[in-house]
Design a protein around this ligand. Sequence first.
Ligand code: 6DF
Length: 470
Amino acid sequence: MSEEINWEQVLEWDKKYIVRTWNSLREYKPVPIASTDGDYLIMPNGTRLLDFFNQLYCVNAGQKVEFINNKIKEALDRYGFLQDAYTTDYKARAAKLIIEDILGNESWAGKVRFTSTGSEAVETALNIAKTFTNRPLVITREHAYHGFTHGASSVTRLKGSRNGIVETDPKSIPRHVPGRADMIAIAPAPNCMRCSLGHKYGSCHDENGELACVKYTRRLIQNHGPEQVAAIITEITQGAGSIHPPDEYVPQIRKMTKELGILWIVDEILTGFGRTGKWFEYQHYGVEPDIITCAKGISSSAIPAGAVIVSKEIAAFMDQYRWETVSTFSGHPIAMAAVCANLEYMINENLVEKARQAGEYIKVKLEELKAKHVSIGSFGGHGVLWIVEIVKDDKMTPYIEEDRNFTHEADALTFPTKIIFNKALEKGVLLGGAVPNTLRIGASLNVSKEDIDKAMDAFDYGLSYLESLK
Ligand code: 6DF
């Protein structure tokens, strides 16, 4: 198939007709991919790249799963398109699989509303939380990423991911989208390696054992008045911002929201559907949310889909009203068929347990690398999502001082993550991170031990080269 494609023509049209992101046109270098397979991308010349980004941490079941593709083909024999006012077996079954089969042994989950993307799921969650509480304010955190749409980007705080445009001069100031719906307040992230409050983990707990960042968040909400605050929205492992919290953070945040009477929205768009070795990351911490947002792994990206899962209490509230909202593609029959197939495949193949086991192995490999390389300052994660802090020395000095407040530079060969990316690429492995000093490791939930070894060898090679530059 790919030999019939004129790839020179493809690259020419791509540059000529598509508004690209992250690089200016002058800097943009298109990367042609002819096909995909499992954890691999295949280039037109046959080169196979092991994708340890798992695209955007969204191909949970792996690329081009035959079972999922066949179910999509079956749906295409039945449907073109039906809008959300109609009911299909696919949409009803997708909701039942999530609420009963996956969350059935938990007391909180009530109902699902489907979307087409994660950003739309966050928009919907913010709408529901503010409607349910009739309050205007949402608490977010430093370095959070919740999406690109107007409301979602108002709670997105990762400096280099707020839809801004930046001159190609590295010292230029980003120009952000003016006039967003900024009814937000910003709490500190649980970023122990680079604590914004100046604490060191282990000495930041108060007399009740509460973390300083949780205490700050509590006081922030008390200062605004809890009666003004609809919710706090949190990722647990921050994906784009690349932060894995200390174990006590999540239970303490949940305890605080209950005490102050505000909702907790957990954004599981990147961490959900098995990525961390549980169906949802909050389940590692013995807590239950009020609302969760999901996308990516809900369909393993075979067809775009997202969802908001609300508590029984919120579902019962919404059921009382005529909710005047609509989205053309909510519950799209082919997308719902992909969700059903993906979830059935994950359940039948026990992919969540496979991710947990892969995580145990990745942890051992990272411990071996940390013993060998001073440039691994710390790492944290579970399943097939790991965050690795890259440092200059045993004093945890960052290579890039701005760290998460950096400004994107297309060919930032000074960023350690970019240097490691380029060396890993020599080994046929895609491995890197969105922020300069922090590598983020991901793969499909059924990644093989051999491919983990291959990726870790490429990481070792990149770290050795980075350390040779000093
Ligand atoms: N919430 C979270 N992640 C997300 C995302 C969204 C919402 C982006 C694409 C990402 C992930 C890793 C590294 C860099 O894109 P979308 O509208 O379907 O979902 C928005 C926690 O991670 C998207 C970027």
